[in-house]
Design a protein around this ligand. Sequence first.
Ligand SMILES: Cc1ncc(COP(=O)(O)O)c(C=O)c1O
Length: 373
Amino acid sequence: MLSEWLAPRAAALESSGLTRRLRPRPAGEDLIDLAGNDYLGLASDPRVVEAAVAAVRAWGSGATASRLVTGTTELHAELETALAAYAGHEAGLVFSSGYLANLGVVTALGGPGTLLVSDEHVHASLVDACRLARSRVEIVPHNDVEAVGKALADRGEPHALVLVESVYSVLGDAAPLTALADIAQQNRAVLVVDEAHGLGVTGDGRGSVAAAELAGVEHVVVTMTLSKALASQGGVVLGPGVLREHLVNRARSFIFDTGLNPAACAAALAALQVLEAEPHRPAAIHTAAAKLAAACGVPPSAGAVVSVPMPGPRETVQAAELCLTNGVRVGSFRPPSVPDGVSRLRLTAHAGLSDAELERACAVIVSAVKEVS
Ligand SMILES: Cc1ncc(COP(=O)(O)O)c(C=O)c1O
């Protein structure tokens, strides 16, 4: 029964070049990686690895229960304090993924009395959060501050959230945060900024909200994943203490989910300590991103993500395969991961790439794109 049901769907995906396939990655492979999000190269840093190992020895292999039962260890508390202090916020609440952090904050603040104004390019986790929130949702054109202002001003709801990313995960461009925070304030709304691609990358690592001097401002809330520059797993919501309190009581993706694994907590904390002690690290990401963008003839990135538009989904996959054959792994993004329907190669710059690796990667990518286009 299930095969009859699913076979036509699989065929439709295949015929439009949109089938996704899992490709298990062997340990220690010898490739130039421009697809992962280990922006600072900390996933294999001995300080981070050893911290995770020590946490397993001290706390065991899992958190054992929800954060509200036995799942909050001293490590969770330390990580929340450290993340909030680093990014300039009063308080933080750690979730077991960035996806769940986004679901948690939007659903806990959402509901019939809250309008959600969402940029058309926000990550799937914010899209799903809108779907779950039982709020009216207005999707506005990308980075259109005027449209945000109009949606907020015309609303009947007493409350509103504006949902954006600081550095967009597929496009690699930046949100106009100062203008968005102003328009949100004028309209008594809260700006929620997903800094998944800002933490460890922009504003010397502290993110774009801190760089725009908006950290700690009452109507600006930040979410982050710990799975990219911090080389671990997990997510966090940062903002006023009163918000943290509310989320502990109302965010279902916090309450009904097992706490973040202690090993992941310790790894993220160790990575954050490396980042604080070595603030020069993010600069290398920008140098690498600029070289990749120039070689591919696309606009510079606001962070690590370099987005290369392709003629279609098939060409995108073919180009990524060609790159892989030549020792360079790149990301390929196709609908539905691209809201505007434009398939793209997604290149992520890393701090640890040597000049020779970058040069080789650029040559391989440019030649692959030419061959399939
Ligand atoms: C912008 C953005 N938000 C949220 C997430 C989800 O974070 P996590 O992987 O920790 O669930 C991601 C990526 O995975 C992302 O790119």
